[in-house]
Write a protein that binds this ligand. Structure first.
Ligand code: SF4
Length: 655
C-alpha cells in the first residue's frame, strides 16, 4: 500500500458476466497525471470502453470514484462520482453526489470500483477488508431506494458496522434513461441516466464496509489549511427572512451595474437555508427558467413563488444534513405530514423544476414528488422537464386527454402533475411516454412536439436560465456532459475568484456594466475554459461546488492537493492537468461518435426568439462564437470542437 499519499494506489475491477473480481495496482504516475476521482475515471473508461459500445450493454463500464482528497483531513471533500457511457446522451456521462459513501471506497482500499459485464440475475457487490463478492439481490430487486438501503444496511452488516450503500430504484431497474443512483436514503447521483446502466447490468447496489487508513503526506499542513477554511465557513451574520431573498433578487435584476459577487453571500444563504434559499431570489433575478423556458419572471412573480419561500422548507427541517467532512451542512431532513414522514429537504433544482417550471404552487405536492422520485431513483430535473414539456404539448393541442389517460395537463394543475409523475415512475400509460426524458418523449409523441423540447446534447438542462448568465449557455453547450449547471457560469467564476491564485486568466473588476457580460464572446470563452478546468479539479478531488464559492483564497484546494500527496505543483500546473483530463472526456465523446457542435442548447434557451418581457427581455446569446473560442482554449478544432491530432498525440501516453 502507498504510504503518506492521499490515494490508495489500487482499483477494484468487477466483471459481472464472468463473476471475476480483481484488484489492479496503479503506478504513482497515473495519479500525478490524472489526480483521482473524475480524472481517474476518465483515464480508465476512455481506454476500456470500446467505440460504439451499447450504453446498456456488457461493454459499458460504470466507475464509482471518491476524490483524491477524500478522507485526507481536508474539508468539503466527501463527494463521489459515478461515470460511464450515458444512455441519455450517447457520450461521456457522470453524476456527482455527496452523503457518506465516498470515504468508504477508500476505506475498502480503492480509489475506484469499475464494473463491466451483465449479470444473469440481480446481484449486489459487497466489499469489506477481507471480502469481495457478488451476492444475490433477488430480495431487494423491486424495492425503492430507501427500502433497499435499509434492508442492505441490516442484512449486509458484518461485525456490527453499518455498511454504506449506493443503489438504484425501480426507475433504474426499468431502464429509465433519466434514472440515477441513490445513497443515504435520498441523495442522488441523478444526471446522465447512469441508473439505467446499473439496471442493465442487473446490479442493484454496491455495499461497502472498510476500515483501512487513508493517508496524507503532511497531516499538520492539512489541519492548518482546514482550520483556516473552517473559520470562513463559521462566519455567519444574521440574515433576514426567507421572502427577503426575493427583494435581493429583484434588486440584482434592476441594477444596471453588477457588483462582482463574493461567494460569502451565497455561503451565508446556504448555511441558513440550503439551496432552497434560491427559490425566490432566482426567479426575480432571471436565473430561473419558467414555464418550460417560454415564461419569464413576470409569470412566476413574488406572489406565486412565495409558496416556495425558503422559510417554508426551513420550518419543516428537523435536523441538518452534512455530507462527509462538510462543516456547512446545506442539506436537511424534513418532516412531512403525508405518506412519507421523513424526507431529504428538496433542492432548489427540484422545487423549481416541479414548481415554477410547471407553474405549480403546491409545495406539499413538491415535497411528496421529491421523495417519490428519490425513492424511484429518477432525476428530478429531467422529470420536471418532461412534465413541463407535456404541459406545453397539451396547451398546444398536440396531445389531448385521450393521450394523457384522462389527465387535464393544464399549467399548474397540481393534482394532475402528481398523477403524471406517479405514472412516469411506474412506466404506466402516458407515464411511459415521458419516462425516458424529453428527447424520447418528443420522438414518441411526434406531431411537431420537438419544437417544445429544450435540450443540450439530449439532456435536459438545469434550472438556471442561460439568457441571464451567458456562462450557463456556454457550459450547457460545450461540456462533454452537456446541460449541466454544476460545471460553470459567469457568476460561479466571480465567486471562485480564481485570478487571485491562477496566472493568465481573466480578472473581473469589482464593478461592471451588466450589459458587458453579453458582448465579449472571446472573454466569456476564456472564463468558461478556466471554469471547466477548475471544476475538473473539484471533481477529481471529491470537493463540493458550494465550497468553491468561498473563493480560491479561502478554499485552499491547490494547497490541500500538495499537502496530501507531497507534490509541489502550482495552481497553473493543476489547471494544465485539468485541461488534459477535460480533453480526455471530449475525446471519449468523439470516439463514441458525438459531434460536439450538436450539443448546443436549444434556441429558446438562447433568447431565440427574444423574450418580450421579464428579467431576460431582449437578451440573446452569441453561442456559436463562444463555443468556437472555448474549444480553441483547449487546443481543439474551433469549427468542430474535436481535439486536434496534435493534442491527442500529446495525450497518447496518458490515455
Ligand atoms: S455544502 Fe451541502 S452539498 Fe456541499 S458537501 Fe456540504 S452538505 Fe454536501
Amino acid at each position: 500500500m502507498i504510504k503518506n499519499k492521499g490515494y490508495m494506489g489500487k482499483i477494484l475491477v468487477v466483471d459481472l458476466t464472468s463473476g471475476e473480481i480483481r484488484e489492479e495496482t496503479l503506478p504513482d504516475a497515473v495519479y500525478e497525471k490524472h489526480l483521482g476521482g473524475l480524472g481517474l475515471a476518465a483515464h480508465i473508461l476512455y481506454a476500456r470502453i470500446p467505440a460504439g459500445a451499447d450504453p446498456l450493454g456488457p461493454d459499458n463500464m460504470l466507475a464509482f470514484v471518491p476524490g483524491l482528497l477524500t478522507g485526507t483531513g481536508s474539508l468539503f471533500t466527501g463527494r463521489w462520482m459515478v461515470a460511464g457511457k450515458s444512455p441519455l446522451t450517447g457520450g461521456w456521462g457522470d453524476a456527482n453526489c455527496g452523503g457518506t459513501f465516498a470515504p468508504e471506497i477508500k476505506r475498502c482500499g480503492y480509489d475506484g470500483i469499475f464494473i463491466k459485464g451483465i449479470s444473469e440475475k440481480p446481484v449486489y457487490l459487497y466489499v469489506d477488508d477481507h471480502t469481495r463478492e457478488l451476492r444475490d439481490a433477488s430480495t431487494v430487486w423491486g424495492l425503492d431506494t430507501v427500502e433497499a438501503e435499509e434492508y442492505l444496511e441490516t442484512h449486509a452488516k458484518e461485525k456490527g458496522k453499518k455498511p454504506k450503500v449506493v443503489c438504484i430504484g425501480p426507475a433504474g431497474e426499468k431502464l429509465s434513461l433519466i434514472s440515477g443512483i441513490s445513497t443515504d436514503k435520498g441523495r442522488m447521483a441523478a444526471r446522465s441516466g447512469l441508473g439505467a446502466v446499473m439496471g442493465s447490468k442487473r446490479l442493484k447496489a454496491v455495499v461497502l464496509s472498510g476500515q483501512k487508513r487513508i493517508g496524507a503526506h503532511d497531516r499538520n499542513e492539512m489541519k492548518r489549511l482546514s482550520r483556516m477554511c473552517n473559520k470562513w465557513v463559521q462566519f455567519q451574520p444574521p440574515f433576514v427572512t426567507g421572502p427577503m431573498t426575493a427583494f435581493v433578487g429583484a434588486l440584482l435584476r434592476v441594477m444596471p451595474t453588477v457588483l462582482t459577487q463574493d461567494g460569502m453571500l451565497y455561503k451565508i444563504l446556504l448555511k441558513k437555508w440550503g439551496t432552497v434559499s434560491m427559490n425566490q431570489m432566482s426567479p426575480e433575478m432571471g436565473d430561473s427558467p419558467i414555464k418550460n423556458w417560454k415564461g419569464s419572471s413576470r409569470d412566476w412573480g413574488f406572489r406565486k413563488s412565495y409558496s416556495t419561500n425558503p422559510d417554508v422548507f426551513k420550518n419543516c427541517e428537523i435536523v441538518k444534513f452534512h455530507c462527509y467532512s462538510c462543516p456547512l451542512g446545506c442539506g436537511g431532513i424534513c418532516t412531512m405530514d403525508d405518506k412519507y414522514t421523513h424526507t431529504h429537504k428538496p433542492e432548489y433544482e427540484t422545487v423549481l423544476s416541479l414548481g415554477g417550471f410547471c407553474m405549480n404552487q403546491d409545495v406539499k405536492g413538491i415535497f411528496y414528488l421529491n421523495e417519490l422520485l428519490n425513492r424511484a431513483g429518477m432525476d428530478t430535473i429531467s422529470a420536471g422537464h418532461a412534465v413541463a414539456f407535456a404541459l406545453e404539448c397539451y396547451e398546444e393541442g398536440i396531445i389531448t386527454r385521450k393521450d394523457t389517460d384522462g389527465l387535464d395537463l393544464t399549467w399548474g394543475n397540481a393534482e394532475a402533475i402528481v398523477a403524471l409523475v406517479e405514472k412516469m415512475v411506474k412506466r404506466e400509460g402516458f407515464g411511459h411516454v415521458l419516462a425516458d426524458g424529453v428527447k424520447q418523449a418528443a420522438l414518441r409523441i411526434g406531431k411537431g412536439a420537438e419544437a417544445f423540447a429544450v435540450l443540450a446534447g439530449g439532456q435536459e438542462p438545469a434550472m438556471h436560465d442561460s439568457r441571464n448568465d451567458p456562462g450557463f449557455a456556454l457550459h450547457y453547450s460545450v461540456e462533454p456532459t452537456p446541460g449541466r449547471h454544476t460545471l460553470g457560469s459567469h457568476l460561479y467564476y466571480e465567486m471562485y475568484q480564481l485570478w487571485k491564485v491562477v496566472k493568465g486568466i481573466p480578472k473581473i473588476p469589482p464593478m461592471y456594466l451588466k450589459g458587458s457580460k453579453y458582448k465579449n464572446p472571446e472573454k466569456q470563452a476564456a472564463i468558461g475554459a478556466a471554469n471547466s478546468r477548475f471544476m475538473t479539479l473539484v471533481n477529481c478531488t471529491g470537493a463540493c461546488l458550494f465550497a468553491s464559492f468561498l473563493g480560491a483564497k479561502r478554499f485552499p484546494l491547490f494547497d490541500w492537493m500538495n499537502a496530501a500527496n507531497g507534490w509541489q505543483l502550482t495552481p497553473n500546473d493543476y489547471m494544465d492537468l485539468a485541461g488534459d483530463i477535460h480533453t480526455i472526456k471530449q475525446s471519449f465523446n468523439v470516439k463514441h461518435g458525438i459531434e460536439p457542435k450538436d450539443c448546443k442548447i436549444s434556441d429558446r434557451a438562447l433568447g431565440r426568439p427574444l423574450q418580450t418581457e421579464g428579467a431576460n427581455k431582449g437578451r440573446s446569446i452569441d453561442i456559436e462564437a463562444m463555443m468556437t473560442h472555448y474549444w480553441e482554449q483547449f487546443g481543439w478544432d474551433g469549427r468542430t470542437g474535436k481535439p486536434s491530432p496534435e493534442t491527442m498525440k500529446r495525450l497518447d501516453g496518458g490515455v
